[in-house]
Design a protein around this ligand. Structure first.
Ligand SMILES: [Zn+2]
Length: 119
């Protein structure tokens, strides 16, 4: 007989029932643990999150912006100890990850805000 999920042949004693379907043991285990799925979108999302691990400088940048609501380039250089070129690389990475965005300050001048902060 065949598993109704993956169509692989299975012995009658391997048969498991889940949601009214007859499944092989592998598919039954998969059905019981929906987090472990072969959904390409879930895999994509998970791998995308994996690549979003922040380095220490990026964490300092995010923390300062979260604390102050915004931060200028000068403030971020002071907080991270990076020079402008190195800092801009980290900022570019954070913007690419949609964690921060550039913003104009009411008094003029550029600053950075959290991406989700639309104020
Ligand atoms: Zn199966």
């Amino acid at each position: 007989m065949l598993c109704e999920q993956c169509n692989s042949p299975m012995e009658p004693e391997e048969e498991r029932e889940f949601g009214g379907r007859k499944l092989c043991e592998d598919c039954y285990i998969d059905a019981l643990s929906p987090a472990k799925t072969c959904d390409p979108w879930a895999t994509y999302t998970a791998s995308r999150l994996d690549t979003q691990e922040l380095n220490p400088a990026q964490e300092v940048i995010l923390k300062l912006i979260a604390q102050q609501g915004h931060a200028t380039l000068a403030e971020l250089m002071k907080a991270t100890g990076l020079d402008e070129a190195a800092l801009m690389r980290e900022i570019a990475a954070l913007r690419h990850m949609e964690l921060i965005r550039g913003a104009m300050m009411p008094g003029g001048g550029r600053a950075f805000k959290l991406f989700k902060d639309q104020g």
